[in-house]
Design a protein around this ligand. Sequence first.
Ligand code: CO8
Length: 258
Amino acid sequence: MTDYQTIVTAARGRVGWITLNRPEALNALNVQVMRDVVDAAEAFDADAGIGAIVVTGSDRAFAAGADIKEMEALSGSEMLMGDHFGGWARFAAVRTPVIAAVSGYALGGGCELAMMCDIILAADTATFGQPEIGLGVIPGMGGTQRLTRAVGSFKAAELILTGRHFGAEEAERAGLVSRVVPAADLLDDAQRTAEAIAAKSLPSLYAATEALDVALESTLAEGLRYEKHAFAGLFDTADQKEGMAAFREKRAPGFTHR
Ligand code: CO8
């Protein structure tokens, strides 16, 4: 495992873990965090021994946002030209399924990082929010776009324009969160969920995460065309033959991820 400055990584079976580790700043996302998270996520993504990734923080904070102290003095052109956005697009493009296991604050860029993941598991103590409006800016890591797609335009507008914090139950009701779990169970639940995913065939997982992304980015007709071709493509994998033979023979499939 690589030594990182701002995160801790571990492989547990076929599950890769990325734990944000800047407790002094409630895991605020500075450029170094972005580089570390992207590097670790891409390394797990390139490893056929990993079938799912979990990103988490601490009990107190998943991440309290982008690092305000690092951003404060920047000019607009420095923000555009510097390494402030590109890395997160690479994280969002990872094909291995990614679960955000959120406890404590997921604010601003923290909420946006969770929304770059495929699944959001929230501890019942989690607090979400896009508070950037109170800093004289707007969400800048995808919040105006991904939150709107997740919860609808009127809910997103109310949350983004007031900047108010909201809890896990409201987040689940609104469709921002996949599932709420008791705080004490969050990490075990994330590992179990990730193991269940990682046991599936990697080619079909990649096809599914890409098709889910296409659903957010395209018209229904374009998405259905994409799905048709992705579905057909999987019939050239050994795992499709194995998965369907295992069904017919009433046994568990032994996927080889090819
Ligand atoms: N950036 C930098 N430092 C932070 C951040 C942050 N986002 N959040 C907390 N910290 C630091 C605090 O400054 C404090 O440090 P110190 O002890 O040195 O003063 C330490 O973490 C602990 O925080 P608090 O003392 O404030 O703890 P509280 O329990 O009183 O409050 C809160 C916790 C409510 C989470 C509070 O810290 C807070 O409101 N934080 C800021 C939340 C916020 O506004 N987030 C949005 C940031 S902007 C953003 O995310 C834009 C995203 C797009 C950027 C795209 C390009 C990079």
